[in-house]
Design a protein around this ligand. Structure first.
Ligand code: GUN
Ligand code: ZN
Length: 433
C-alpha cells in the first residue's frame, strides 16, 4: 500500500467552537503531517521524520491544510447565469433561471457545463457540494458522471417542478416520481454519489407532486431531501395562497412528510416561532446562503435565533443566486450579514461551518469534514499570502485566528494553493492552469 505524506500546518475541528478561546474545539499542528493511503487519511499529528519510511512527502509549508470545503446548496445548472441583473427572487427566477435551465434538454449541454462547474468548485477549494440539477434527467447523469470521473463525494438530484414555470421545464407528478426513482437506482451509492430528492419549492409543485415526493421520501429514507423555504416575502405569500390549509410555509412541507434529519432547506430567513420549533423538532437543516440573500435582497438570516432554538444549520453558496463559488467569500458575506444583525461569527466558527459543521449537517461526520484516520483525504491547502494585499497584511498577523480571518476576508480562489480529492491532487492538475 503506497503512502503519501502531506506536510504543512494542519488544522481540523473536533467540535463546534464556543468562542475565540475554545482551543478544545480544534486540533492544530504547526509542523504537522497527514499520512494518506487508498484515498483516506491513515494518521495525522506532528511531523515525524522517523515515521516517513518510503512514503512520498509533499511539503506544503507554510500553508495551512484543512478538510476540503463543503457547500450545502447550489444549482450547477445556473453556472451560465450567475451575475444576472434582477430585482427579487420571483422576477429573477422567471426572467433568467427558468430560461437558462431549459437549455439542459439539449444533448451535450449538461456535460459541458458540469465539467466547467467542477473545475470551478475545485479552484475554490470545495470538495463536496449539494446540488440541484435541472428537471431533465440528463442533467443528473452529467452531474454524477463528472463527479465519478473526479472521485468526488457529491449530493444532487433532479429538480421536480410541475407548475408555475415554462412548460418545457415542467415534469408531472408521475414523471417526476418515475424519473427520480430511476435516477436514485442509477446514482445513489454509486462511487461516492448520494441522491437528494428535490421538489424545487411549494410554488412549483402541485399537491399531487408533493404527495409523490412524500412517497419517494418514504421509499428512500437513505436519500436526502432538498427544497427552498422562506426566502422572500412574495414567495411566502404566493405559497400560502397555493396551500391555504397549511399553517405556514414550513407547515406545507410538514404536511407532506418532507421534514427530517436528511432534509436540507435553503434560506429559512423569515420563519415564525412555530416554524423554527418544527425545524428543530424534526432535525431538518436550515441552509444559510449569504451571498444569494444579499444579491437577491432576500433578507438577513437569523443564525442566533435558529441555533438557540436547536435548529441544525448549514452554509452554502447557492450558485447562481449566490455570487461566488468560493466558501471563503461566502463566509465573508455571512460574517457581514450577522454583523448587521448584531451577531458575532468568530473565524473559528466560520471554518468549522465550512468543514465539520456542514459535514454534521449532512450526517457525514466521520466520512468528510475532518482530518482523522478513516476519513476521506479531501483536503484544501490555503495560502494566506496569495495576493500582494494579503502578503502585506500577513506581515502583521500573529495568531492562527487572525490568519483565518484574513483568509475569509481577503481570500478567494488565489488563496487555494492545492486541493486533494480522495488523496489525489485536483487543483494543480486542472486543465488550463
Ligand atoms: N427558489 C426556488 N428555486 C430557486 C432557485 O433556483 N434559486 C433560489 N435562490 N431560490 C429558489
Ligand atoms: Zn437554491
Amino acid at each position: 500500500m503506497s503512502r503519501t505524506i502531506l506536510r504543512g500546518r494542519v488544522l481540523t475541528f473536533v467540535s463546534e467552537p464556543r468562542g475565540l478561546d475554545d482551543t478544545e474545539s480544534y486540533r492544530f499542528f504547526e509542523d504537522g503531517m497527514i499520512a494518506i493511503a487508498d484515498g483516506k487519511v491513515v494518521s495525522t499529528g506532528d511531523y515525524d521524520a522517523a515515521a516517513i519510511g518510503d512514503a512520498e512527502v509533499i511539503d506544503h509549508r507554510p500553508h495551512l491544510i484543512l478538510p476540503g470545503f463543503i457547500d450545502m446548496h447550489l444549482h450547477y445548472v445556473q453556472s451560465q447565469m450567475i451575475a444576472s441583473y434582477a430585482g427579487s427572487l420571483l422576477e429573477w427566477l422567471s426572467t433568467y433561471t427558468f430560461v437558462e435551465e431549459q437549455k439542459f434538454s439539449q444533448q451535450g449541454h449538461a456535460g459541458a457545463v458540469a465539467a466547467a462547474f467542477y473545475d470551478e468548485l475545485i479552484r475554490n477549494g470545495t470538495t463536496t457540494a449539494v446540488a440541484y440539477c435541472s428537471s431533465h434527467p440528463r442533467s443528473v447523469d452529467a452531474f454524477f458522471g463528472e463527479a465519478e470521473k473526479r472521485n468526488m463525494l457529491m449530493v444532487g438530484g433532479k429538480v421536480m417542478m410541475d407548475r408555475n414555470a415554462p412548460e418545457a421545464l415542467c415534469d408531472t407528478a408521475q414523471s417526476g416520481y418515475d424519473d427520480t426513482k430511476m435516477l436514485i437506482e442509477r446514482w445513489h451509492g454509486r462511487g461516492r454519489g448520494l441522491y437528494a430528492i428535490s421538489p424545487r419549492f411549494a410554488i412549483t409543485s402541485t399537491p399531487e407532486q408533493l404527495d409523490a415526493s412524500r412517497a419517494l421520501v418514504a421509499e428512500h429514507p437513505e436519500c436526502y431531501v432538498q427544497t427552498h423555504l422562506s426566502e422572500n416575502a412574495a414567495e411566502i405569500t404566493f405559497s400560502m395562497e397555493l396551500y391555504p390549509n397549511s399553517p405556514d410555509y414550513t407547515g406545507i412541507y410538514e404536511d407532506y412528510g418532507l421534514l427530517g434529519r436528511k432534509t436540507l432547506l435553503g434560506h429559512c430567513i423569515h420563519l415564525n416561532h412555530r416554524e423554527t420549533h418544527v425545524l428543530a423538532e424534526t432535525g431538518s437543516v436550515a441552509v444559510f446562503c449569504p451571498t444569494s440573500n444579499l444579491f437577491l435582497g432576500s433578507g438577513l438570516f437569523d443564525r442566533e435565533r435558529l441555533a438557540k432554538s436547536g435548529v441544525r444549520i448549514g452554509v452554502a453558496t447557492d450558485i447562481g443566486g449566490g455570487t461566488s463559488y468560493g466558501m471563503l467569500q461566502t463566509m465573508d458575506e455571512a460574517y457581514k450579514i450577522l454583523q448587521l444583525r448584531g451577531q458575532r461569527l468568530t473565524p473559528l466558527n466560520s471554518f468549522y461551518m465550512m468543514t465539520l459543521g456542514n459535514a454534521r449537517s449532512l450526517s457525514l461526520e466521520g466520512t468528510i469534514g475532518t482530518i482523522a484516520p478513516g476519513c476521506a483525504a479531501d483536503l484544501v491547502v490555503l495560502d494566506a499570502a496569495a495576493t500582494p494585499a494579503m502578503k502585506l497584511r500577513m506581515e502583521t498577523v500573529e495568531t492562527l485566528v487572525e490568519e483565518l480571518f484574513l483568509l475569509q476576508t481577503l481570500g478567494d480562489d488565489r488563496s487555494i494553493a492545492e486541493v486533494y480529492v480522495a488523496g489525489a491532487k485536483a487543483k494543480s492538475t486542472l486543465g488550463g492552469l
